[in-house]
Design a protein around this ligand. Structure first.
Ligand code: ADP
Ligand code: ZN
Ligand code: ZN
Length: 816
């Protein structure tokens, strides 16, 4: 009897181990590590899995099932990636399957629960073969299909290839997909059917068509076009010959022509490559220092103040990598992505750039994936947000992490809860690539590592073109209130600043941070404010739609007329958000255009671009926004930045609150004053003596750093101690409470005083789930991996307790 063959695969599920399936000998010779296979798992669900190993050892504990089918001809995941994913799974304490799920674009991850929809814009049935047509037709009658249903329709189990084709041809899309714009992916071409390749039969053909005038014309025109030896688009032929598509179709039915399809590249940029700008002496110095550092170190922190021209320095480094035929990964915080930096880099590097972005359609993402894998010319530079670290790089030479301090590099939910900056450092190491972390306001962690000489350190502290740092003024709201110099949320000083800027035809940015966003409703008689029924928070008032909404679960209801507690109609809106500020401004400056940029106004693929574009084009005079405004934007006519209230940033109960407040305020301030003119920044606060505000006012990063570092050391926080946060969630409060106390005892037994908690977060119930936290602090000398093993062991014991099994257990390593 022949020896059996097996594969180990990883499934996109939160289970630690790999699973073994049986394959034939033939399959064993065909399959390679990194290819996808469809397998069934659990109660007959089908999943896409990745092959990790091919071997001949039967599993001991279960009988290996056969695979459904093979989905790839060549691996779509590389060894580098698997190695990197394993590091992520191990470091962030999740399963390899969870990393796999996060890493692959959803179109490469079909499973039986996947829901398919018809792309309404697709019409050209001639593109479809029989099986594809059946599905297409089924979707005319019902709005969605699951993969199980597709299997029923086709009367077979192995349907993944058909579905892949349908996705590829843009006939269907998956549920998660927000399709904003249909872009045909395949262009239809026409050629002569294969049995008409010699001249004699052609003549015969033309004479046969003598009576079908239009068909005759089509064939003749075809030959004219064909002399250029280029592929002929159906559309071009129709136009040139003056015929309809029905005529071509008739010729195809007669087996005279045939259609075929070529892929057109949907992600292409026009734009020629301009040459790089010459660096000024300071940039030149920074560049040579970075290169110098790279001789000894793989990681360099570039501390360059706002507007110092870091992008130009990166560009030089990128250019050198391209010369050597290497790939470059350029990471940006999610929010900055759709804005100017892409355009700037495209001007230099043109078609060598691909953008990888969660707002792009799944086909676009799949295309970038393949282009990177095949090391295509147009994927030499990848610009992306955090998930771009998962792409199949084979030849990486450099990673740039721009705005490295940004918290959006950290994924909060679901697992893997990774920090893309840190995972990028590991990725660079695997590829023996270099990595630059850049920021005007580095994270304490990175700056600390630089001072410890773990990273190279380079400073760029001159703004480009002699632009002065902005003049920063702190406005004391206590005093303004006492002297009755407040109008709504504006002090007379801020209003005067705004008026002056507008008089000079300059633009203004007003910043209201998101945490202070929520205007809540309160009854002035009894103090009651309407709560979300599912979460432990007050509802937020949205004036525009006159309704109340929950920002945690998107519950919404109409604004009530009277108080739900006492019945009086004395409900009043409190607090202030961007929307309210916008309204006040409209009343104060009726002759000017006010724009607003926040989550509500920037939905959709081009949301940011529209607002930013209008502001750049000076169609907006005053732009009000949340911290989105602080992200890498560069406007040349902004002379005033106002921060409406600095205080709620400072009063946040989090050990990083001061660091963040500093970063945010310095970053928004950096938007003021470009080119010829010094900008102004006005910060309103009830607490102008606050040290952080003093440090912002003088842009004294180092003082902030040293002071915060002392606090961190004193209270045992990063960068000295590492943190692992454990969160339990369940709809039954008592259960969570029992669970967290059990866990606390168990962890305390091992880690003693270094376990903090249990505590409830400031919003302690979300979507009807009660939440409790614990934090484990890990001292500098304590082994991280040993610690994690102990935590994992306690977790396993916890999950073996029958009462606790239903509780959701979330681990967050290096939590924020
Ligand atoms: P940062 O990212 O450090 O805040 P930028 O790279 O956005 O700074 O540069 C600020 C502005 O100065 C941009 O408008 C940029 O085009 C311009 N700039 C920077 N360096 C140069 C240079 N070497 N030559 C011409 N313009 C430059
Ligand atoms: Zn809610
Ligand atoms: Zn009341």
């Amino acid at each position: 009897m022949a020896t059996p063959f097996f594969i180990d695969v990883v499934l996109p599920i939160p289970i630690q181990k790999a699973f073994t399936y049986s394959i034939t000998q033939e399959e064993a010779t065909f399959l390679k590590k990194g290819m996808r296979v469809a397998v069934s798992f659990g109660n007959n669900s089908i999943y896409t899995a990745i092959v990790l190993d091919i071997h001949q050892n039967a599993p001991i504990l279960y009988e290996a099932k056969e695979i459904h089918q093979i989905l790839d001809e060549t691996p779509i995941v590389s060894e580098f990636q698997l190695q990197h994913w394993e590091w992520i799974a191990d470091y962030y304490m999740c399963s390899l399957g969870e990393v796999f799920r996060a890493a692959l674009p959803s179109a490469l991850l079909l499973e039986s629960e996947t829901v398919l929809f018809k792309n309404q814009a697709f019409e050209d049935e001639s593109l479809l073969d029989n099986e594809e047509f059946l599905i297409f037709e089924a979707l005319q009658h019902q709005s969605q299909l699951t993969i199980h249903q597709v299997s029923d329709i086709l009367g077979k189990k192995k349907v993944m290839p058909v579905i892949n084709q349908l996705i590829h041809k843009s006939v269907i899309y998956l549920k998660e997909e927000i399709y904003e714009q249909y872009k045909p992916k395949l262009e239809k071409y026409v050629r002569l059917h294969s049995h008409y390749s010699n001249d004699s039969s052609l003549e015969k053909l033309l004479s046969e068509l003598a009576n079908a005038k239009k068909q005759h014309a089509a064939v003749l025109t075809f030959f004219q076009l064909n002399t250029s030896k280029k592929a002929i688009k159906s559309k071009d032929l129709e136009k040139k010959a003056g015929i309809s598509s029905a005529v071509l179709k008739a010729l195809v039915d007669k087996n005279i022509f045939e259609f075929y399809h070529l892929q057109i590249d949907r992600i292409s940029f026009q734009g020629s490559s301009n040459s790089l700008k010459d660096l000024n002496e300071f940039q030149e110095k920074a560049l040579s220092e970075i290169k110098e550092s790279f001789r000894e170190k793989d990681i360099v922190l570039l501390h360059g103040i706002t507007s110092s021209g870091k992008t130009e320095v990166y560009s030089k480094l990128i250019d050198e990598q391209l010369q050597q035929g290497k790939q470059v990964l350029f990471l940006l915080p999610e929010i900055a992505l759709t804005t100017q930096i892409i355009t700037r880099l495209q001007q230099y590097f043109g078609n060598q750039i691909s953008v990888f972005h969660s707002k792009y359609s799944m086909n676009e993402r799949v295309e970038v994936w393949h282009n990177v894998m095949e090391n295509k010319p147009k994927a030499q530079i990848i610009l992306g947000a955090r998930s771009a670290i998962f792409l199949p790089f084979s030849n990486l030479g450099l990673i740039v992490v721009d705005e490295e301090h940004e918290t959006s590099y950290k994924q909060f939910d679901p697992a893997p809860r990774y920090n893309a900056r840190d995972a990028a450092i590991v990725l660079a190491k695997m590829h023996q690539a270099k990595i630059v972390l850049g920021s005007a306001t580095p994270s304490l962690e990175s700056y600390f590592n630089a001072t410890q000489h773990k990273y190279g350190f380079v400073k760029l502290n001159k703004r480009f073109g002699e632009v002065k740092m902005p003049k920063i003024e702190l406005i004391d709201l206590k005093e303004k209130q006492r002297k009755k110099q407040l109008k709504g949320h504006f002090s007379d000083a801020l209003l005067q600043n705004i008026q002056e800027a507008l008089d000079q035809k300059e633009q203004v940015i007003l910043f209201q941070n998101r945490r202070g966003f929520s205007p809540i409703v309160e009854c002035t008689s009894c103090g009651f404010s309407p709560q979300c029924p599912n979460c432990d928070v007050s509802l937020t008032y949205h004036k525009f739609k006159h309704e109340l909404r929950c920002h945690y679960c998107s519950y919404q209801r109409a604004m009530p007329n009277s108080c739900g507690a006492c019945g009086s109609n004395t409900l009043d809106t409190k607090g202030f958000g961007t929307e309210q500020i916008e309204l006040e401004l409209k009343a104060l400056f009726p002759d000017f255009v006010i724009g607003r940029m926040d989550l509500d106004t920037t939905r959709g693929k081009f949301g940011y671009q529209k607002i930013i574009g209008a502001f750049e084009a000076r169609e907006i005079d005053i732009l009000v926004g949340t911290q989105m405004l602080s992200k890498g934007l560069d406007f040349d006519n902004v002379s005033l930045v106002g921060i409406l209230s600095a205080d709620n940033m400072l009063n946040f109960p989090d050990f990083r609150a001061y660091e963040r407040a500093y970063q945010m305020m310095v970053q928004v301030s950096g938007r003021s004053g470009r080119a010829q003119k010094q900008g102004n920044v006005a910060i309103q606060t009830y607490n102008p003596e606050h040290l952080i505000l003093q440090q912002v006012a003088t842009t004294n990063y180092e003082e902030m750093f040293h002071e915060q570092l002392q606090e961190r050391s004193k209270f045992k926080y990063p960068p000295y101690f590492r943190l692992i946060k454990i969160t339990l969630k369940h709809k039954d409060y008592t259960k969570v409470d029992l669970g967290i106390n059990w866990l606390f005892q168990a962890l305390q037994g091992v880690f003693g005083e270094h376990v903090l908690g249990p505590s409830a977060p400031s919003v302690s119930r979300i979507r009807n789930q009660h939440i409790k936290n614990l934090v484990i602090k890990i001292p500098p000398k304590q082994s991280l991996s040993a610690t994690k093993k102990q935590v994992q062991k306690i977790r396993d014991t916890f999950e073996a307790v029958k009462d606790f099994r239903a509780i959701r257990f979330v681990i967050d390593v290096d939590s924020y």
